[in-house]
Design a protein around this ligand. Structure first.
Ligand code: HEM
Length: 118
């Protein structure tokens, strides 16, 4: 399940950059890429939830990991919507980078899957 979780967010990041560049190029197909990106948000949440429910007991750090994971998704959506509207997205980008660094650290520190920081 950790591999499925990682696959979904890696694909989501690719779709995120594809959607951004398509919106910036005013491509009419940008909406489709954005819709598929939103589907991948759901898949990230579903695989993350499955990881959570595979645990015998859910510690506080896992709750923090899940909330920061949701924050990454919210920040991605904020950046994309601002690109669609042609607005500045500096605060959303800062949130995205912060939340992403934090979620990587927490995910790789927590016991399931890979252990880079523990
Ligand atoms: C774009 C958003 C997200 C990113 C980039 C992300 C990233 C990661 C990473 C790098 C891992 C470690 C995998 C491993 O050790 O093999 C992980 C594990 C995990 N993620 Fe996420 N995640 C995101 C969203 C979510 C969400 C929304 C949830 C909850 C609904 C969630 C729940 C979990 C759980 C429970 C684990 C297992 C932690 C462990 O013990 O290693 N994640 N995630």
């Amino acid at each position: 399940m950790t591999h499925a979780h990682i696959t979904t967010w890696v694909i989501a990041f690719i779709l995120f950059f594809v959607s951004l560049s398509m919106y910036k190029a005013h491509s009419p197909k940008a909406k489709i890429a954005h819709m598929v990106l939103r589907l991948f948000y759901l898949l990230i949440i579903a695989t993350g939830a499955m990881l959570l429910f595979s645990l015998y007991s859910i510690s506080a750090l896992y709750i923090v990991k899940a909330i920061v994971g949701l924050w990454v998704i919210v920040a991605m959506e904020m950046v994309t919507v601002r690109a669609k509207k042609g607005e500045r997205a500096q605060s959303a980008w800062i949130q995205l980078v912060l939340a992403f660094v934090l979620v990587l650290y927490l995910g790789l520190k927590l016991p399931l899957g890979f252990h880079v920081f523990s």
